[in-house]
Design a protein around this ligand. Structure first.
Ligand code: ADP
Ligand code: MG
Length: 696
């Protein structure tokens, strides 16, 4: 088939350029080339004047002459500047690479047409790496929209610039004798009101007019999002269709006596609703796979406890998996105190559980004497076997790989019900895409009496006032976290900063006890420091982000985050969640240098303005783009979206989801001959990557 033609046979490519296209752009076939979409278009029907240029201009074209060339800098910093004028003003054309080539190719005092995006630098307008055409009279000049393609430095070194790519695509079209085969089934094309694939591809590269371009974009964006959704919806339907979950038919003495005698407070309405949702799932005989989202402090743990008691009422064991030892032991303490004087056996299993103790736990799980197991990764190990595991809770899921989770599935003859709890809200678009086959419950209500954390942004030169404030808070009986960033690539330096900070804080607050914690400490040491802090034997804890997840010290009311510019929004929000857990007004102070990038300033602004995890997650998605978000790599299909944008193309995403659902309802296995093309495209898109969709 024409689309499978090796790229090297396209006129103008050849083996050398083919190799570059393979390496740089993952383009191997003619089909890959056609799906290399432009990133913007220049309106060639409009010629701009230099004196009109302002900051809001997209890519434009100018007509004029180069009056002189100049080079600046040396070695890698060298740049070439061409002074260009059209008679209405001057603009600089700038090159950082390929300088010799440019100098030899373009002459002064000759008319050219220059394309590019003007930016202001040192108060002068300039265009970096412009594309240049010899001047043509208006009659000879192509008009309409001209596609621009992204190219890499390496490609430019081999003269594969945007224009060259366009030429190659034109040549590829020359090889195509028949219309390109449709890449969606006829029913989908009809329902979604799409233009044919052939026309879409043609118009995305060579737009006939703006309306055709818009239709082409819509068609290709839809297609991209549709296949992601179809993949997810198909697996979800497949899984839900099977009656292989454990039945939790009754509510018995465990839950009832907990509810009547041990529940220390009223459930919030949101907690009640979520428990109902889970009850409904587990009473149906289908296996539950549910994502529970709720901001930090919203009371997810309690929901987990109550569900585990229902499991116990039906003769099943449960386990809870936490991402760190500290968190696991905190959960363990919570469970023990909540379930005290009930006849429920809870055990803790982590990497540092002693061998003898560990063996006892293994035996207790097998005999059924232990009802609830709490632990870290240690509980995935194959030696950990249950008598009858029925309910699994995974806390703060983003720390666990999907593959690790999958191992839990195998611990009973049927997979247990799974509840994944997360305090990092996942924007709806992403939830639909990445966790699209999980059912979602949301706790959107905090227990009564909580005061929202007040967040302040301060520059690092002004610590004096902050320290005064910290001192006052401690005198009121409160405790303080001071957090330093630590990333692996920069670990040495970061640890030194933490160490320096620790010494500095000790000197600044000689009257208080200051403790220190970081991930490189032994678990026992960490545990000791944590206990010291929990017992208020230390008033200030200097630490890295090890305290990010789940740690609960209600008396801590101030969190100071050093070098806050180095943290992402979601991480800042997680950290902030460590305070505001008690009844007192809490504070989060973000410390940064004075000089900040626009993005960072925006992040700080969002943090000081909002406490709402969902707003923060949406903003994070917008600022960082979905590619970087944790979890995206878990979907079956690559998330390097070529044309759609998860944020901007929301409505298309929802429509694609809808149509995928209708289609799977009618033809769950895609058996209709019309749907063969869908199956083929799905396998093309998922390549031979491991199929995560299966174990969502
Ligand atoms: P999450 O895990 O969602 O961050 P937790 O389950 O740790 O939140 O709950 C935070 C705190 O709120 C705990 O101290 C818990 O005992 C308390 N809590 C939970 N539910 C309620 C409720 N309905 N009313 C009052 N306090 C609650
Ligand atoms: Mg929690």
């Amino acid at each position: 088939m024409i689309l499978q033609t090796d790229i090297k046979f396209v006129p103008g490519v050849g083996p050398k350029r083919a190799e570059i296209l393979n390496k740089e752009l993952d383009i191997f076939t003619l089909g890959d080339l056609l799906r290399y979409y432009p990133y913007r278009y220049i309106d060639r029907s409009r010629m701009y004047y230099v004196h009109e240029i302002d900051g809001s201009m997209p890519y434009i074209q100018l007509k004029g002459k180069i009056t002189a060339f100049e080079t600046f800098g040396e070695g890698r910093k060298k740049r070439l500047v061409a002074h260009f004028t059209d008679g209405t003003g001057f603009i600089d054309l700038v090159w950082f690479q390929g300088i010799r080539f440019v100098e030899s190719k373009y002459k002064t005092n000759q008319e050219y047409i220059v394309f590019g995006k003007p930016t202001l630098f040192n108060n002068r307008w300039n265009v970096a790496h412009p594309e240049i055409d010899p001047y043509m009279s208006e009659a000879d000049r192509p008009d309409g929209l001209m596609a621009m393609y992204n190219t890499t430095e390496k490609m430019k070194n081999h003269y594969l610039n945007s224009k060259a790519i366009q030429k190659i695509i034109e040549n590829a079209f020359g090889m195509i004798k028949e219309r390109l085969p449709e890449s969606l089934s006829p029913d989908v094309v009809r329902t979604a009101n799409l233009i044919p694939f052939h026309d879409a591809i043609e118009n995305i590269h060579f737009p006939g007019n703006p309306i055709l371009l818009r239709d082409a974009e819509f068609r290709l964006k839809f297609e991209e999002l549709f296949y992601i959704q179809l993949n997810i919806v198909r697996y979800a339907a497949d899984r839900k269709g099977k009656l292989n979950g454990f039945l939790f038919k009754k509510v018995g003495k465990y839950l009832n006596s907990f509810y009547e005698k041990h529940l220390p407070f009223e459930l919030t309405n949101a907690q009640k609703r979520v428990i109902k949702e889970i009850r409904k799932d587990t009473a149906l005989g289908k296996q539950m796979n549910r994502l529970l989202q709720g901001d930090v402090g919203s009371g997810k743990t309690l929901v987990a406890i109550m569900c585990m008691l229902i499991a116990l009422d039906n003769g099943f064991q449960s386990c809870l998996m936490a991402p760190t030892e500290i968190l696991a032991s905190q959960h363990f303490e919570t469970f023990k105190s909540m379930l005290s004087d009930m006849d429920v056996e809870v055990a803790l299993l982590t990497g540092s559980t002693k061998k003898k103790n560990r063996e006892e736990i293994h035996a207790g799980l097998l005999s059924g004497d232990i009802h609830i197991l709490i632990g870290t990764h240690a509980l995935i190990e194959d030696v950990v076997q249950f008598k009858n595991l029925g309910f699994v809770v995974i806390d703060e899921q983003h720390r666990f790989g999907v593959a690790q989770r999958a191992k839990l599935w195998a611990k009973n003859e049927h997979p247990p019900h799974v509840l994944v709890m997360t305090a990092t809200p996942i924007p709806r678009t992403l939830a639909m895409t990445v966790y699209g086959d999980l059912d979602v419950s949301v706790i959107d209500e905090l227990p009564p009496g909580r005061k929202p954390v007040q967040t302040l942004h301060r520059f690092d030169k002004k610590r004096g006032a902050l320290y005064q404030f910290v001192r006052e808070q401690i005198h009121l009986g409160r405790q303080i976290y001071i957090v330093y960033p630590l990333i692996e690539e920069n670990e040495k330096m970061d640890l030194k900063n933490l160490e320096d900070g620790f010494i500095h804080i000790k000197e600044t607050f000689p009257e208080f006890t200051v403790c220190k914690m970081h991930g490189r400490m032994k678990p026992a040491e960490k545990e000791e420091v944590m206990q010291q802090f929990v017992a208020n034997k230390a008033q200030i804890m200097v630490s890295t982000t090890v305290i990010e997840v789940g740690v609960n010290v209600p008396n801590a009311s101030v969190m100071v985050i050093e070098s806050a510019q180095r943290f992402g929004l979601s991480q800042l929000h997680q950290l902030r969640g460590r305070v505001g857990r008690g009844a007192d007004q809490s504070y989060c102070v973000l410390i940064t240098p004075y000089e900040l990038s626009a993005d960072t300033r925006k992040r700080m602004e969002i943090m000081t303005e909002s406490n709402d995890g969902f707003i923060i997650a949406e903003a994070d998605l917008k600022l960082r783009g979905p590619g970087d978000l944790e979890g995206t790599q878990q979907s079956g299909i690559s998330f390097n979206l070529k044309i759609a944008d998860l944020v901007r193309d929301n409505p298309i995403l929802f429509r694609a989801r809808e149509i995928a659902e209708e289609l799977i309802k009618k033809d769950p296995k895609l058996q209709h001959p019309d749907h063969l093309v869908l199956k083929q495209q799905l396998s093309r898109l998922s390549g031979n990557r491991y199929d995560w969709g299966r174990i969502g």
